[in-house]
Design a protein around this ligand. Sequence first.
Ligand code: PLP
Length: 401
Amino acid sequence: MAKKSLEYSNLFAKGLPPASGRWKGHPPFNFIGGHADPDLQPIEGFVESSARVFRKDGRGLATYNMDSGPQGYLPLREFVAEKLARHRGIQVSTDEVLITSGSGQGISLINDVLLESGDTVITELYSFAGVLSNLRRRQVNIVGIDTDSGGMRMDLLASALEDLNQRGITPKYIYTIPTLQNPTGTVMSMERRREMLRLSREYGVPIFEDECYADLIFEGEWEHAIRSLDDANHVLHIGSFSKSLAPAIRLGYAVAPWEVLSQMLACKGDGGTGAMEQMIVGDYFHNHYEDHMEVLRSGLQRKLSVLIAALREHFGPSVHFDPPRGGMFLWIRLPEGVDSRKLVEPAAREGIVFNPGPDWCAEPDKAANYMRLCYAFPSEETIRQGVEKLAKVFHQEAGVS
Ligand SMILES: Cc1ncc(COP(=O)(O)O)c(C=O)c1O
């Protein structure tokens, strides 16, 4: 029999995202990706915690999910519940916490449980590119609500909910990043958080609260999570260890009512999130969370001031930004008419990568003249040099001066 040729591209499922390129190493000036600071990895702490926790609980590795069950290693869930009570005002038991493989898995699981093609969700107009692409892949309609310096505008949320209601549409959720919003860096006031919860109740639409960056407020009072105000299970809450510790560890968590959590567990087909990382992080943070966060926040704050000084020196008044109260990225407005997408290639030729605004916007063209620069990973010197080079590229290619 004649052999048939095999073309995988003919077999691929419909609606796949664009294929990944091959890894070519980090570019010299890397301002994307939410990487952490390599010099702030607590290596000795990890070594110490590993020795202690493997001696104590290592035999448990012999069974799937150890002795803790599929929601995750119990001491880590205990740490999450304590941290949420102490810093976010959230009172939950370990039974309401699910450890996930990064908070990205929490997003996918919530979407698996709630979304079908043709559904509608509400997000901030500028939002996390990973969520926007996940929603687009699922063919979900995204209604982006504009923001100001206080985050999502509640007057616009109220009119969008009313408008959808008039058209017989109940959105599946309101996705928000209230604390150090990605990409704008804003922090929503308690008043707005209360108002969002009120609207959620009025229209019967849950809030999906992503507090991935909430540990990274540099100074001052911390607004409590929306979940802390909720006594009727209206809020699904997720968080991450990628920003407070390290993204390669791949740990996050979700807090949700059992009705939702049990469905998320049923969809979490990975045989359990890696137990070794849960054990090490559980032990390390039980002993060192406060001191680690203090060092991390001051390191990030220093890098942010280096970035801001470099932008002022090399871009001058052609860029605008509101310095955020914390986090690891800066959202920057370029002059009207500049399209940041067109600057990606010329910058890459100089070894610089940055996030063009449209990837971070529910209506991409509205963010053409924005860009996001992440500052945790590059050294202070690399930030200075990278911004200087970027300014030259922007000047040559788009006349930004
Ligand atoms: C707002 C937000 N949520 C979730 C994630 C996913 O992070 P991870 O899966 O590393 O926890 C990110 C990553 O940058 C993010 O910015």
